[in-house]
Write a protein that binds this ligand. Sequence first.
Ligand SMILES: [Zn+2]
Length: 146
Amino acid sequence: MPFSIPPTIEKIPELASLPPSTRAAMLTAADAPGPWRLWSHNASRGVITTVILIWLGHDLVYRDLPTIGSMAIIATLLATTTFVWHFWTITRIRGRIRAGIATAAANERTPICLRCGYDCAAVDGDACPECGTRLFVSPRPSDRDA
Ligand SMILES: [Zn+2]
C-alpha cells in the first residue's frame, strides 16, 4: 500500500477493514475527532503557526517584498503549516488506533497490518504480503512452543 495521508480519520485504511461497530468503538477509544473538528483544529493551528513564522521572518524576508509576493508567501505558509498539522494529527491518532487493534487482537492474528495498514483478513500466512510485517501481536507462533 502506498504511503498516504487520508483526509479524515474515518478514511484511515486500518479502520476500513473493520466491521462498523468495531470501527465506531475504535474511533471512540482513540478520541478521534470528526472531519469538522479535525480540520478546524488543523486550520487554526496552521494560522497560529503562520503568524509566528511571519513574525519571526518579517525583518529577514517579508519586509521588502511587494504586496502580491507577501500574500503568496502567506498563502503558501498557511497551506503548508495546515497540512503539516494534519499530518501530525493523523499520524498520532493512527498510532492510537493501531494500538487499539493490537490490544483487541492480543494472542491472535491481526486483521490488518499494523505497519502499513494493508487489509490482511483474506491473506493466508503469518506476514503482510505488502511489507512483510508479522501479523501476530504477542506471543508469536514460534514463541508458543518454547
Ligand atoms: Zn504491511
